[in-house]
Design a protein around this ligand. Structure first.
Ligand SMILES: O=P(O)(O)OC[C@H]1O[C@@H](O)[C@H](O)[C@@H](O)[C@@H]1O
Length: 789
């Protein structure tokens, strides 16, 4: 029946499930959401649908006429509505099972109520055939339409002539006049005036509440966009990758032999555009990809709407939907106000003043103006925090040690194990130590207990509570709890709920960093991260370094069965980098529920691990080279070392290993090569020995070579991984920004704690499982023993 060629033009941010029936030439405008099982049938002329419309399940929109059917923006087509209108303006609502015939033109702000039919007909009922013609339905539906249509007309108080206007006539809302059109086939077009409420009896909407209605419509759209994201595995490129991963077996040895330009094709260089010293080369050519796999991975990112989700994040939308929060750690480092969308979010305007607070305090501590209660300058700081309130500052203070104030000791106490605090206090002097209590929530058991211990220790020496103000500061979003702990208002550094714990080192949580390396350097790190933010926000997918890293990892994770991913920095200063991203990645993407509440049918976040080269080489690389598991690795190294001792020889040896390992992993060593190298006849006859020396190769790696580990470069590298993690989460359809998975254990620990000072009978009464009860009772039976050694 279709006389037009099938052609679909879709604007950005359109949600269009696979099972929508689309025929002929259809254009769908930006942000429109189409539900499954809807049908848009341009059977003769084209159909153009405007922006931000919602087209629900089983809605049918048909154009049988050769002239275009143009539908405006912000229209809502509810379940089962059947639309063959001549044209439709903006902001209309077609309620459940409503109908509009092809001879009716709808203006704007009209409501066709549930079950009503807007036709160009009079009050008489139609014959079945007429209705069939009119609505193009099957018999059963046509019959239903007949009844509905008739009822709607009969309920019209002064007859259908009130609603139906002849073509070209100016419709005055609620006014009578005009002839009823009696035969659908001969009927001219009638226009429903703006603000008509077509309920069967004609109504005119006053227009009041229009803004509320628009706001509701916008919320409805947002909700649908979130809820309707299909599972990644339903996207066309996913199935294709599944098939390609089985059929396209990439052998790196052959791939490089065949293509002398492979390195050029699969490497990208990132340079800061404001800080030119930031230079990062990503070589991803030693991955098990070919042209088709790579192109399909990029298509997957498109289909999963990575760019739209990324933009929503930068724009301050509540992408952390389970907690109803924006995700704006990027705002903490947007010092030149590059991302305007963030400004509407509460608290964003406080970022700069809070940075000034950090600057003033850190400078006062560093230059000796801030003194302890006896007038001594500060010699030690102790950051008390855990998770995101510890790992980030601790990692960065290690990574940027070359910039540190060396006569100031920084300690990081996180573990509730008293040993951690005891060892720190052992080397601190209460008169010259500042304790930084870092906790987003200020309720974390470990942190509050450790902080209380530190305060008791301090007061044992200082005696007077008023001295606490000189020695304790708090970094938190929970000002009330920090005040209750006894922290003076001026010693509080705040941040906001749109900063996730594992993304908080850029906020007040970075105070220890600013004290250790100085505020200027801290800001340099923020600006370095912002360089990567701008790159991520605006670079096409195939040039976008975080996107590339995310897609490559996703390929191994979802199609080649890799369970883990190793981060291997060849820079001793980065020895805590992998630990940091263990939280960054695993807490972000270790989720099985998608944003629409479905259980994923595929793997999500990998296990992240690693340590600084070359130590790892002498520990676990054996398994990467010759074990049975696929372990994709990132190798990172600086071109320039901070410590060129022995004329740079150490660094050259380090880098020779950095270059050698990915080469060995990729190309391995064949049995033939082993035999060629073996000179002893005895060894050649020892097939076990020969086979043990074979390296299969084909082990994938990324090589990330940066100029020097400066604050700016470190900032960019951290942001690069943050955005890689976000990209994967966007594709998997999960919320990378909550962490409910850490809660259950905390709740149970609170229940168990009192039992550890109780007796076995109480343990039984609490009805824990047999194993847990058995363990607790064993503890109780032995808790008072004192081991002599
Ligand atoms: O900073 P807070 O509120 O003390 O939280 C510390 C850590 O607490 C953990 O429970 C969370 O999983 C982490 O995300 C968080 O960083």
């Amino acid at each position: 029946m279709s006389s037009t060629k099938d052609r679909l033009d879709v604007g950005s941010k359109v949600t269009l499930p696979q099972d929508v029936d689309i025929r002929g030439h259809v254009t769908i405008g930006t942000g429109t959401v189409v539900h499954p099982k809807a049908a848009i049938l341009a059977l003769s002329g084209p159909i153009t649908i405007g922006a931000s419309c919602i087209i629900e399940e089983n809605v049918t929109i048909i154009n049988r006429s050769p002239s275009p059917l143009v539908i405006g923006s912000h229209n809502l087509f509810e379940v089962g509505s059947h639309i063959e209108a001549r044209s439709i303006g903006d902001h209309n609502t077609f309620e459940v099972k409503s109908r509009v015939s092809s001879q009716v033109a709808i203006g704007s702000f009209t409501t066709i109520s549930a079950g009503c039919a807007a036709t160009a007909a009079g009050t008489r009922g139609y014959t079945q055939e007429e209705l069939g013609d009119l609505l193009g339905d099957d018999d059963e539906e046509a019959e239903a339409g007949l009844k509905v249509g008739a009822r709607a007309m009969k309920r019209t108080p002064s007859g259908a002539t009130e609603t139906i206007l002849e073509e070209g006539e100016e419709g005055e809302a609620g006014e009578g006049g005009g002839e009823a059109v009696t035969a659908p086939s001969a009927a001219p077009v009638v226009t429903l005036p703006d603000y008509t409420v077509f309920t069967g009896s004609v109504g005119v909407w006053s227009g009041q509440g229009r803004l509320q209605e628009e706001a509701l419509h916008a919320k409805h759209l947002d909700y649908l966009r979130q809820a309707m994201s299909p599972l990644a595995s339903q996207l066309p490129s996913w199935s294709k990758l599944d098939q390609l991963s089985k059929s396209n077996k990439v052998v790196l040895r052959d791939a490089f032999a065949k293509d002398s330009k492979r390195f050029d094709t699969y490497s990208r260089h990132f340079q800061g555009d404001r800080n030119k010293d930031i230079s990062v080369l990503l070589d991803f050519s030693k991955n098990l990809i070919d042209e088709e796999i790579w192109a399909t991975l990029l298509s997957l990112a498109k289909e999963a709407k990575v760019e739209e989700q990324r933009d929503a994040m930068f724009n301050g939308e509540q992408v952390n939907a389970s907690e109803g929060r924006s995700v704006l750690h990027v705002a903490l480092r947007d010092l030149d106000d590059d991302f305007k969308g963030k400004d509407k979010v509460e608290g964003v305007d406080e970022v700069i003043p809070e940075l000034k607070h950090i600057r003033d305090f850190s400078e006062a501590v560093r230059n000796g103006q801030w003194t302890g209660y006896t007038g001594k300058p500060i010699k030690s700081i102790v950051n008390i925090g855990i998770g995101g309130s510890d790992l980030g500052p601790a990692m960065v203070c290690e990574a940027l040690k070359p910039y540190a104030k060396r006569d100031l000791d920084a300690h990081f106490v996180s573990n509730i194990d008293g040993t951690h605090m005891a060892e720190a206090l052992r080397v601190c002097d209460p008169e010259s130590t500042v304790f930084i209590v870092a906790s987003k929530t200020f309720t974390t058991q470990e942190t509050i207990t450790n902080a209380t211990t530190a305060r008791d220790w301090f007061l044992e020496h200082a005696k007077d509570k008023k001295h606490v103000a000189k020695h304790f500061v708090a970094l938190s979003t929970n000002v009330k709890a920090a005040t209750e702990f006894g922290i003076a208002k001026e010693n509080m550094f705040k941040f906001w709920d749109w900063v996730g714990g594992r993304y908080s080192l850029w906020s007040a949580i970075g105070l220890s960093i600013a004290i250790v390396i100085g505020y200027e350097r801290f800001e340099e790190m923020l600006r370095g991260a912002n360089e990567m933010d701008r790159h991520y926000a605006s670079t096409p997918l195939d040039q976008n370094i975080p996107v590339i890293l995310g897609l490559i990892n996703l390929y191994y994770n979802n199609f080649l069965g890799a369970q883990t991913h190793a981060i291997l920095p060849y820079d001793q200063y980065m020895h805590r980098f992998a630990d940091y991203f263990q939280q960054g990645d695993m807490e972000s993407n270790g989720k099985f529920i998608t944003k629409s509440g479905e259980r994923v049918q595929y793997q999500t976040g990998p296990i992240i691990w690693g340590q600084a080269g070359t130590n790892g080489q002498h520990a676990f690389y054996q398994l990467i080279h010759q074990g049975t598991k696929l372990i994709p690795c990132d190798f990172l190294a600086p071109i320039e070392t901070q410590n060129p001792i022995r004329g740079g020889e150490h660094h050259r040896i380090l880098l020779s290993n950095y270059f050698a390992q990915p080469e060995a992993l990729a190309f391995g060593k064949t049995e033939e090569q082993v035999r060629e190298e073996t000179t002893s006849k005895e060894d050649l006859d020892n097939s076990f020995l020969i086979k043990s020396k074979v390296f299969d190769g084909n082990k994938p790696t990324n090589s990330i070579l940066f100029q020097k580990l400066t604050p700016g470069t470190l900032g960019a590298l951290i942001a690069m991984y943050e955005h890689k993690i976000a990209t994967e989460g966007f594709i998997w359809g999960i919320n990378s920004f909550d962490q409910f998975g850490v809660e259950l254990g905390k709740v149970l620990a609170k229940k168990i704690l009192p039992l550890l000072s109780a007796d076995a009978a109480k343990v039984d009464a609490e009805k824990h499982d047999g194993s847990t009860s058995g363990l607790i009772k064993h503890y109780l039976a032995n808790a008072n023993k004192k081991t002599s050694s």
